[in-house]
Design a binder for this molecule. Structure first.
Ligand code: GDP
Length: 296
């Protein structure tokens, strides 16, 4: 995960180790290297600039340069700034409604990993909750079937449209009633995915939001798509006021751009990361743990 980014950070911070006393120029060189690492990782230019500016300001203060262990102190500053950038200290999962059910609306483009992620989250919650996954795609029976198969494999409740059903409002209301009658306390809506963002999709999602009043609206993004993922996040956030992002395929060779730019650019926290194709391959996103991974 994020191997290139890790190597580049190692190189940047390595410039400072074994040097004993550091000058401002030493720090500037290392910070330039950090910036190169970020840009190579497809982090947005704005985020890379702001982050390195902050690191430089803090790292060139006299008490850091004159300390006995300046390299370690600078490493700690980089760590703290990375944690802040990714959304602060607390790890983020679903926020539950004060009064059940918690409705979690999952949105995203086709292929991002939305259906798999719905079931991964349901499976993760299964211990302490009774989740129900709901197929909301009235146009693609294959998507409905895929959710049903995965839900069966994971042993979580499933609700979907009947063959030929065309009324989205009715489907959502029926799903809510079904959930209430079987005491499901978490309802995860797998909404329709498209290859591109279009007005029809957005209208449909806004309609679902109005009917279901979700506690969480989470956008599933393919981390491998880097800055493009951030543009998708901005577009969805503008229409739906997202509460969180989920970045999938972090097990691949994603360069980190989506993960590191998400909070700063789209102002939505990453709540989960997908780390594989299996139904257990999901983690609640923890900025501190991720910063530790990046800095080794
Ligand atoms: P949807 O069209 O957004 O509903 O996407 P799917 O859930 O059908 O997933 C598309 C593909 O991505 C499938 O082959 C999934 O197994 C795969 N996938 C989803 N999440 C991950 C992940 O975190 N890591 C990897 N390696 N593959 C994933």
């Amino acid at each position: 995960m994020l191997d290139t980014l890790k190597k580049r950070f190692e190189k940047a911070l390595g410039l400072l180790k074994n040097k004993g006393k550091l000058t401002e120029e030493d720090v500037s060189e290392a910070v330039r290297e950090v910036r190169r690492a970020l840009l190579e990782g497809d982090v947005s230019l704005k985020v890379a600039k702001e982050l390195t500016q902050k690191i430089k300001e803090r790292a060139t203060q006299r008490e850091v340069l004159d300390s006995i262990t300046p390299a370690q102190q600078i490493q700690a500053i980089v760590y703290e700034e990375l944690v802040n950038l990714m959304g602060g200290k607390t790890s983020k999962g679903i926020v539950f409604a004060p009064k059940p059910p918690t409705v979690c609306m999952m949105v995203g483009l086709q292929g991002a990993g939305k259906t798999t992620t719905c079931v991964k989250i349901a499976k993760k919650l299964k211990g302490g909750h009774k989740p129900l996954v709901v197929a909301c795609d009235l146009k693609r029976p294959a998507a409905v079937e895929q959710l049903q198969i995965l839900a069966n494999t994971a042993g979580v409740g499933f609700f979907g449209p009947k063959a030929g059903e065309g009324d989205l409002k009715k489907l959502i209301r029926d799903a809510m009633e079904y959930a209430a009658s079987r005491l499901h306390d978490v309802i995860i809506l797998d909404t329709a995915g498209r290859l591109h963002i279009d007005d029809e999709l957005m209208r449909e999602l806004v309609e679902i939001k109005e009917i279901a009043s979700p506690t969480e609206i989470m956008l599933v993004l393919d981390a491998m798509t880097g800055q493009e993922a951030i543009r998708v996040a901005e577009a969805f956030h503008g229409e739906l006021a997202l509460t969180g992002l989920i970045l999938t395929k972090m097990d691949g060779d994603a360069r980190g751009g989506a993960l590191l730019s998400a909070k700063a650019v789209a102002d939505v926290p990453v709540k989960y990361i997908g780390v594989g194709e299996k139904l257990d391959d999901i983690e609640v996103f923890d900025p501190e743990q991720m910063a530790q991974r990046i800095l080794g």
